[in-house]
Design a protein around this ligand. Sequence first.
Ligand code: M6R
Length: 619
Amino acid sequence: MCGIIGTIGFPDAADALLQGLRRLEYRGYDSAGIAVRDDSGFAVRRAVGKLNALANVLNDAPLHGTTGIGHTRWATHGGVNMANAHPIMSGDRVAVVHNGIIENHRILRQALSAKGYTFHSQTDTEVLAHLFADAVDQTTTLMEATETVIAQIEGAYAFAVMVADYPDHLAIARQASPLAIGISDAAVFVGSDAIAMGDVTQRVMFLKDGDYGTISKQDIVIKDASAQLANRDITIVAASPGLVTKEGYQHFMEKEIHEQPDTVMRTLGAFSKTDGADGTDGADGAFALPDGFDFSNMTGLAYLAAGTSYNAGLIGRYWMEQLADLPVVTESASEFRYRQPSTRHISLAMGISQSGESLDTLMALRYMADKGVDTAALVNVDSSTMARESGGYLLTRAGPEIGVASTKSYMAQLTVLLIMATIAGHQRGVLSDARRAEIEQMLASVPRLIGAAMASAATIKAIVPRLAQAKSCLYLGRGTLYPLAMEGALKLKELSYIHAEAYASGEMKHGPIALIEDGLPVVALLANDEHLSKSISNVVEAKARGADVIIIATESAAKLAMDEIEGLDGHVATVPDCDALIAPLILSLPIQFLAYLTAVHKGTDVDQPRNLAKSVTVE
Ligand code: M6R
């Protein structure tokens, strides 16, 4: 999703902006650009494609100045080309970088065209540039001009604007899309998040929805949605790690898959009492949740999320209902708030989100807060909007995830969801001390089992050349392995561009079985659970109709399947045996390898698949 960076007063603005854009790369983008004010006005450099292309342009034609704005663009309105890359200009008077969608841009475009403004791009952002040019003529301060513009636009936006008439200032605003101000001794910055400014400052002021204002080296003036002057606290954010590198792996995704034992260990550690976590618990378990997470008297829980986080929430639902007898709805955030859901029985709405910024999830949480429901967030970024806006939050310890396809953050989400269900089960009197201790021991074994499951990559590698030829593919699972199948299908789709659908194994006979024909790959997930014999029967049914069956299973479940089904040699990837409760965590490894290695085999862009963004901040 688009990323914004800006600075006033930095000795080499272009360099700071480029570094900031590199830090925003994780959000996903397809073009980038920088505008710097120099002695003769605004100088702009843009490039389609990766930041190295922009860096080359800057090498050939350097920019000199101390004030500037930069942008990584993830195309929404208008194709991926130089004309649509930001900064977007209004003549030589205004330069704009924007993240979001101006929903009434068509009508504004008509009005501005009628006034004589010429449009050079297909972007919705260009109306912002011309609106500023127009407003500056009708007003006497940059603040007034900003207010004039904001009064005319509808939609989601975070923007930073340079206006030639106000050389020492930037105009900024946010509505639904994130924006923060960074303050260092040398300069002032604006960025989509604290990470963007991590190289230059840890002192960050997070803007609230509806905030707008002007910033200069001397002063930062912010007004809130009701046009009142607003004081926003300066937060000292955790030191941002340097630019994350691949550390010898071919792709970030490969590195992140291999980091997962450590991710789970760190996440377990953060909730472990011996490592200092203490809070809502009520008894002598190994793990605790922060104060305020008391499930004892809850009547219902809603997990709201998107994409991979949604798939994690589906597994979390099975766990919470099974271990804590607490009704859960797991909902696609993008649908939830628009279907007028009944919220009466819901005691807590929890947004699950790696970034903590997905607009759909954020809006669903706000909807619940408006309905008077308590909110919480399960996020990987503690300075994220969801963490800041929710009543409480739980932090996964996945560290920065650069690959657009979620792997380690999903694993960390599952870890916290299982800890939470276990503690809730104990709080609600469903789990005895002994059962709780048993599950906690299982949790402690997850990093080791995940480490051992890495070995499945070798078998998967041999399966991949066949799968890579397929146009379409099915994933099957029962119980928690059904949402894991959904995650497997999502990973394969987004990385290798092969159409993949997941079905609950038992649902096959109700329709999807009609799809099975000779050679159709069917990935079946099996574990040592109460569904095993039924799941194997479903595989038999698929195989009998010509499917090219790929089994991903725990060792003994795989053995049982191979005893019952002939011709599976070379079609089976296994992970160590484990309790059914933690099987989705361990079986995630071969699922991720299958998608990753297929993408590598096909030569797709693994870390930044086409059309995808890491953090989706538009609807
Ligand atoms: O940051 P979030 O967890 O809220 O992101 C949600 C989805 O956009 C994300 O999981 C997406 O589906 C990933 N590309 C999955 O690999």
